[in-house]
Design a protein. Structure first.
Lengths: 325, 323
């Protein structure tokens, strides 16, 4: 048993429900490990948890990823040791000085990956890995559309897709974000308030449209995304920062050119320990080789977590955000 | 002059009239074909009844086989005397017609005219579904609804030839036997069996990587429930009515599923795709791996009777009209 500081919320709501509290952490149970966090990643998912979009038992500690050092092991953990530097994935509960986690969700960090980078990017980069390499396999020479190209996932996706030889059209909200996206490999940033997205995509693709759209915006972008697709293209709806898309008529997919739609979640793409490790390995090699660089735009202390949420929700963050316990 | 079956108003089979029509010379890029056999499809009856409105007067018919008689200017790769067939080009109920040369494919000697005319739509549909919408692989187990239907019987044989285990839904025991005789390994009689439960049982709890569903509203939920994580729902028809609108979140809840609503037109829109589809279809039929049963023929002038019999469910397998 040990006492640690953790962020908790006792009810759903705005960032003011996030409280820094002292909690007692029991010894790790069978199959678990205790990780002393050195850096905690901030994700939009955490905001949804806080708001109550995803069911979670209260009181709860938000968080989906962190990095740190194993300080204790429960029974039956075979492939990890005390002192290992690890990333803890797919929380919940990472917003704390230390956490007990299912050892099956821990990935040992190689020397080339520092703790802040790991905490900042593992969930986002593994999301990019499954989106671009498995959910729809990007091929060299393709032109793709990636929404929110200057967001945490977007900046990684732009670099990754470029490495795969694809040309990236990316949507952004401001000129500053357009510049940032461009620096990260986005070939054609489209500022949503200033341009007609569908027209621009048609223009950039010789009228054909793109074979795939990656859309984490949801409601506000859904219709335009379908109109950007080439015949038999795939709509990958992997988030809903503007709200859930309206229900759609399946026949619409026939009318738009026999298109496909999928709504993936990482849990189905890292469903086994083997898949999780393979995905993490792919991420490590992309970062270690310098092909994908992680931009940590801001850091916050654990006691400043509410301010971190506010910044994320108000679109004031750049790149990834890390909380330092 | 050619003989054509035309309609001047939507209605019952009686609106189909035998008329003499002038056929012009083929324009640039066109050929004139003398038909030897014309395929009959359910969509023809929908167009006749007014369910699918047509500009009138109209000549129905979506597929046929025949011989090239005259070439327009600038036609390459096809000669007078070539045996050809085509899908998805309205106006087939006639003795001869002009048609863009890039809409027809050459028919090999291994496939006779009646078979070609009967199978272009259904066979190319089975081709794009199994080879392109979701390319099935040997060793997989798939679910194909309406396995004893026109497309279903072709798909069962074809999937079997590709090394796939086929679970198929049917409405009666007689149809279950028919499907089984065409390669369906596990017919499910939907009036008395729970589709998703049977699929889970057959696949030892895993579910199938793909469901091909032409039934629509009645089977939507069972289809999604039959899929394994990251599986694909291919909705290619709605014989029981259209699937109601749904939120993409349904696909996440089902296990990061994919959904598509394909149509043949989008899979044969380019010359390359049309030829690819035609080649695969002729190869699989020519080699005997897929057999097409043309169980009824009617003279073109008796097309009204053919419609009556089709709508009265008196036909089995495929039907062709003979000019």
């Amino acid at each position: 048993m040990t006492r640690v500081k953790a962020i908790r919320f006792h009810e759903h709501g705005g960032s003011d429900v996030l409280k820094l509290e002292d909690i007692t952490l029991p010894d790790p149970g069978p199959g678990e490990a205790r990780v002393r966090n050195t850096a905690i990643g901030l994700n939009f998912y955490d905001v949804y948890e806080r708001k109550g979009l995803y069911s979670i038992e209260l009181p709860a500690t938000p968080g989906t990823e962190s990095a740190g050092v194993i300080e204790a092991l429960g029974e039956g953990v075979m492939d990890l040791e005390v002192g290992d530097r690890v990333a803890a994935l797919t929380g919940p509960g990472n917003y704390a000085e230390a956490i007990n986690v299912d050892a099956g969700q821990l990935v040992r960090l190689p020397p080339g990956i520092d703790d802040r980078t790991a905490a900042a990017c593992m969930t986002k980069a593994m999301t990019v890995e499954y989106l671009l390499e498995r959910c729809f396999q990007i091929r060299r020479g393709q032109t793709i559309l990636f929404h929110a190209a200057a967001g945490g996932v977007g900046l990684i996706a732009c670099q990754w897709a470029t490495t795969l030889g694809a040309r990236v059209i990316g949507t952004v909200s401001t000129q500053a974000k357009a510049d940032l996206a461009r620096q990260n490999g986005c070939d054609v940033p489209v500022i949503m308030a200033q341009e007609d997205l569908v027209e621009r995509v048609r223009q950039e693709t010789g009228g054909k449209g793109v074979p795939v759209v990656y859309d984490s915006i949801g409601k506000d972008s859904f219709d335009a995304s379908l109109d950007c697709l080439a015949r038999r293209g795939t709509m990958v709806s992997f988030g809903q920062s503007s709200g859930e898309p309206e229900p759609f008529r399946p026949l619409l997919l026939a009318q738009k050119g026999s298109i496909y739609i999928t709504r993936p979640g990482m849990w189905d793409y890292a469903a086994t320990r083997g898949e999780l490790l393979a995905s993490a390995e792919r991420v490590f090699s992309m970062i270690a080789s310098g092909k994908v660089k992680i931009t940590i735009g801001q850091t916050f202390g654990l006691d400043e977590t509410a301010a971190a949420h506010d910044a994320l929700e108000n679109r004031q963050t750049v790149g990834s955000t890390v909380i330092l316990p | 002059m050619a003989t054509a079956i035309r309609m001047h108003a939507a209605g019952g089979p009686e609106v189909l009239r035998v008329e003499e029509v002038a056929v012009g010379d083929p324009g640039p890029g066109e050929v004139l074909i003398g038909h030897s056999a014309v395929g009959l499809n359910f969509i023809d009856t929908y167009q006749r009844s007014g369910l699918y409105p047509m500009a009138l007067p109209a000549t129905l018919g979506m597929e046929a086989a025949g011989v090239v008689e005259v070439l327009g200017d600038g036609v390459n790769g096809i000669e007078v005397g070539d045996r050809v067939a085509y899908p998805m080009t309205g106006g087939a109920y006639c003795t001869e017609r002009t048609i863009p040369a890039d809409k027809v494919v050459k028919v090999p000697d291994s496939v006779d005219d009646n078979t070609a005319a009967a199978m272009m739509l259904k066979g190319m549909t089975a081709e794009y579904l199994l080879h392109r919408t979701f390319p099935v692989e040997a060793g997989q187990t798939i679910l194909f609804h309406a396995a004893a239907g026109g497309v279903g019987l072709i798909a069962c044989q074809w999937a079997k030839a590709m090394g796939v285990t086929v679970i198929g839904t049917v409405s009666t025991d007689a149809k279950a036997e028919l499907a089984r005789a065409h390669g369906c390994d596990h017919p499910i009689v939907t009036s008395r069996e729970d589709i998703a439960a049977r699929v889970k049982e057959i696949t030892e709890g895993k579910g199938v990587p793909v469901v091909y569903d032409s039934i629509g509203a009645d089977t939507f939920e069972a289809s999604l429930a039959s899929l394994s994580p990251r599986g694909m729902m291919v909705s290619f028809g709605q014989s029981s009515g259209p699937v109601t609108s749904f939120n993409p979140a349904v696909l996440a809840a089902g296990g990061s599923l994919y959904y598509t609503r394909p149509g043949l037109a989008n899979y044969i829109a380019t010359r390359e795709d049309l030829e690819l589809s035609g080649k695969r279809l002729f190869d699989v039929v020519g080699s005997g791996k897929v057999s097409i049963k043309v169980n009824q023929t009617y003279a073109l002038t008796e097309t009204g009777q053919a419609h009556r019999d089709l709508e009265g469910r008196k036909t089995t397998g495929s039907t062709v009209l003979l000019p």
